[in-house]
Design a protein around this ligand. Sequence first.
Ligand code: C5P
Length: 468
Amino acid sequence: MASLTIRNLDEDIKQNLRERAAQNGHSMEEEMRLILASLDQASEALSPKRSVASVPSLSPFSSEVLEGKRILLIISGGIAAYKSLDLIRRLRERGAHVRPIMTEAAQEFITPLSVGALTADHVYTDFFSREDEQDVGHIRLARECDMIVVAPATANLMAKMAHGRADDLASTVLLATDKPVLIAPAMNPHMWHNKATQRNAKTLSADGIYFVGPESGEMAESGEAGKGRLSETFTIISKMLEILDDRPKPLLGRTAIVTSGPTHEPIDPVRYIANRSSGKQGHAIAAALAELGASVKLISGPVNIPDPVGVDVVKIECAEEMLDTALQLLPCDIAVMVAAVADWRVAGAAGEKIKKKKGQSVPTFDLVENPDILKTVGHNKKRPSLVVGFAAETQNLIDNATAKLNKKGADMIVANDVSPETGIMGGDRNRVRIVAHDGVDKWPDLSKEEVAMRLAKLVAQKLSELSV
Ligand code: C5P
């Protein structure tokens, strides 16, 4: 459940809360708890149910970009307005300050009290409020921020923006701003596809307004489906990160392939041989390379974690599919092979489910060796400029990793001790050594995201040394 301190609330909101609490016979804390609980329930009930794996994950570095950023959030009317509450919470969790403006129509769907409670800032609603104008004023609202996000953006607000109209606070601020503006449209599919809206969207794009969505799917109105849904919170934040992130991108223009996760080697159509790899380290590396500007294709075995944002994911099941995909994606600049590829597969997997028959002996299987993807890529005529492999070992870490470096044609091997007591396999942390032709570097105990970011920076440095 969301939490916040009443002390930090804006005076107007505190007063509003005080009155509401008195009316309902609650303390202010109780009233606030009830408001927050109802917001959680509403967003639970209204959000489409998704499996864990289908929810995209945000870059682990989103807080680095959002920390201290001032976001002016304009909420316009529409059933999707409730989702802006979740957006506020996720932005604030990452250290951003959110200053809200609500249009009149938005206030029909969610209350300024909820928005104020979550932003802990004054909610700007009235263009002609003398108090607001004296205090901040629409020009300052438009300028004192790092970006403006309109979520949801209605067809009406888009039309006003496209025509430069300024007849309420939201449209006036949008006309007066010199900051980047991101809009997340949400409307009925007929309204979105209407020629006028499409014309306005084109005009706004040409004017340099950023868009996220709308998405296709079921609408809140029963029986309606099509394009017009507000993008999910994390998709909106990912787009914001893209716009706000001004950190250096040393891998811009570089292409990378990353393998991740386990492989499933079929025994028959329902059974397979697998291992305990979670894919966390490989996925984090793909995200970190993309973060530094690389165009990344992630070849992922079956995993139960979200797809990293900003990365193209190719999903495969077995080692042979992983190899075919990797070879199709050559040439590229960087290959990082993190997948825990099964060493063997069943020779001639059964086409039908193998039945248990009374009185018959248990089946036996012949295993054949799987192709070594790292080795094939490392010795390929289209070999990437930089090839990185992993060595998960339970003994003789450095010796085994050094042997792999040479045998597999890699430039670097990231070696880790995966003895069960380390908790690395499937866990969130990793302790690695970087084994290269010029020596061994021992890294401290780090989160898998930190290992990924350090490795991505090292890859960028090695590539720049190669191109000198
Ligand atoms: O030989 P071993 O499995 O210990 O080597 C580990 C490294 O080789 C990892 O980078 C892994 O992704 C890669 N590998 C591969 N194809 C295989 C086996 C391992 O790409 N069949």
